[in-house]
Design a protein around this ligand. Structure first.
Ligand code: SAH
Length: 203
């Protein structure tokens, strides 16, 4: 009982640090347009038909991942790099994949200028994950999927978790996918969300 309380306290402390970092993270640095709206809890265009997600959802998805300092994370949909920047300080490394070259290039430049050093970038279809560095402790997908890409499930460690919006182009359920130590999969649907589509092998 005491142990459970202790680890609960630790977890709460860890979440507090993430919330504190999130609160101080200047979102306008990740926006090329609409910078004056950065403080609003809404999604905004980042060009190329894509959006930077609303901050509260970025924080929620980060907390759902239950991060630990030695974790290796795979993120699909780098976009502006805002979500990537929130993950980076709390894990060992973040591998992030974006399919639009201009967004990829901007995010690489931006996150380098901001001195994030444990982020690895790839340009390509993230439906295939990033096999070379698999398996991952956690996977986060920031674009809407009609199904869970098999490649992503395969690249998730046993005991790992994936946070992914699953559904139609119009509405998705934010879903936590847990892979237990035997490789069994369990889904937990959290709430309705709206993301741009994951374009590629499974669209
Ligand atoms: N997390 C981002 C949100 C980006 S929106 C942020 O905080 O800014 C979703 C992103 O997923 C877009 O940049 C889009 O280009 C990208 N995307 C869509 N399909 C993809 C795919 N198959 N592989 C990699 N990225 C993809």
């Amino acid at each position: 009982m005491r142990l459970i309380c202790k680890s609960g306290d630790l977890m709460e402390n860890h979440s507090k640090k993430i919330i504190e970092y999130f609160t101080n993270l200047d979102r306008s640095k990740f926006m090329a347009y609409n910078k004056e709206f950065a403080k609003y809890d809404s999604a905004f265009s980042i060009g190329y038909g894509q959006t930077i997600s609303q901050p509260s959802l970025v924080l929620e998805m980060t907390l759902l991942l239950d991060l630990k300092p030695d974790f290796k994370i795979l993120e699909i949909g780098t976009g502006s790099g805002y979500q990537t920047a929130l993950l980076s300080p709390f894990v060992k490394s973040v591998y992030t994949v974006e399919r639009i070259k201009e967004l990829h290039d901007e995010a690489v430049k931006r996150l380098n200028i901001l001195n994030y050093i444990n982020i690895y970038f790839k340009l390509g279809d993230g439906s295939f994950g990033w096999e070379e560095f698999a398996p991952y402790d956690r996977i986060i997908v920031t674009a809407a999927c009609s199904v869970i890409p098999k490649e992503l499930l395969d690249q998730l460690k046993n005991g790992g978790k994936m946070v992914i919006p699953l559904g139609t182009a119009i509405m998705q359920k934010l879903t936590v996918v847990e892979k237990d130590k035997n490789g069994e999969i369990k889904l937990n649907q959290i709430e309705n969300v709206q993301f741009v589509r994951l374009i590629g092998k499974y669209d």
